[in-house]
Design a binder for this molecule. Sequence first.
Ligand code: HEC
Ligand code: HEC
Length: 406
Amino acid sequence: MIFRRWCLLTGAICLLLAGLGCDSLMTSAPTAGDDFASPVDGLDTDLSLVFLQGDENFAKAFTVAEGLGPIFNNVSCEGCHPGDGRGSPATGFFRFSKDGDLLIDNGGPQHQDRVIAGARLIPETVPEDADRSFRIPPVVFGTGLIEAIDEATILALADPDDADGDGISGRPNWVTAAPWVPYSHVGGGAGPQLGRFSRKAQVSSLLQQVTEAYNQDMGITSDFLPEENFHAQRSTTVVVGDVAPDPEISAATVLQTTMYVRLLAPPRRGKLTDAVQRGDGMFNSIGCANCHVPSLQTGAHEIPQLSQQSAPLYSDLLLHDMGPGLADDRPDGDATGTEWRTTPLWGTRLVPDFLGGHEFYLHDGSATSLHEAILAHGGEAQSARDAYAGMGAAAQDDLVAFLKSL
Ligand code: HEC
Ligand code: HEC
């Protein structure tokens, strides 16, 4: 957003330079480092313009006339991912199913709690006996770096049978890609694909994540998913959709928005105080870093800023059994009801700035401080959690100071 504001201010110059094919001004776009909405440094003019357009798409609030609904959760991407950061429990939603059945005919697998006026639909309800999983929106920056990490780099961290005996057995989520994702796209193709995105790594490609966000979260059809998402819990037999013809947005728009999130840079690190350095040491010594791997190297990529980069995400992107306390008891792809993708910790220091001073952590936002989030760890993380619980208040403060420097 900072980039957008800056560029709008100098909009005429931007366009003029774009027209002349001159990169110099765009490449010096400010990367404040204290926000989640800046692009990776040094984009060329073409990508800068796509980024700018994608930024507008991300902020766009859809109206009924433009195709919102008929059932939906929110009117814009930004409404759920404020400032490109995480959301709160107010903007989360339930996924539900029953023993692996996605309950398509009963409103599943996502609970859209809003309906446009005049659609003659009642808001969806989650069936009483469904397995339900409440999820708050995660950050969206850095997803291009995540996409650019070679599959082999992630798989090398997996230890499904805990062969090294450290009590930690991360494993990949092998999922089926949506058929319309091009085979050439990371995570697209026939056969099992490595899941990277969302809380259980149940989505293999950024394009699928974004297309389904349009379709499911906002009721916006596209060339990729041209059919409106209705549900079977109707109030009458006559269902009226929104008035916009389908598809409501083009493939080009979805690709722009996908490129926008792909190009969002992680914020810079906070100050490295003595407390932060002590906390960093403990983070490693008590085993947090076994799952929250400090950085992963990206592979070769056509966008130089994403190619062969060290991505400081503090995650292995693998699934871990986190014990009964965090379980949702709802399998997703290969992931069981107790498994979650290690949440990347980059940008943790800025969390309250984007949520009106509040903090919400974990998949469901149930922890309102880092201390609570750590104490909620169980399963494979039990020994790291217990080491934290037993280390005394001063050492705990140092560990939290370290997290607040990320
Ligand atoms: C109603 C709220 C809502 C809206 C609107 C929404 N999202 Fe999300 N988004 C979520 C939630 C919740 C998740 C996690 C889903 C899960 O784990 O199953 C998510 C996940 C993501 C991820 C994956 C991030 C990661 O760490 O793996 C990306 C990228 C993303 N959203 C982008 C978008 C884009 C782009 C749009 C608009 C086209 C959008 N979202 C609209 C709630 C929303
Ligand atoms: C066995 C792997 C594992 C270990 C060890 C581990 N974590 Fe986690 N961590 C996870 C997973 C998986 C999640 C997501 C859990 C969820 O959302 O329910 C998570 C979530 C978090 C979160 C919440 C992030 C957010 O934005 O919601 C924080 C903070 C965190 N871990 C810090 C730590 C610290 C500090 C330690 C060491 C004491 C640690 N973790 C040890 C796997 C691990």
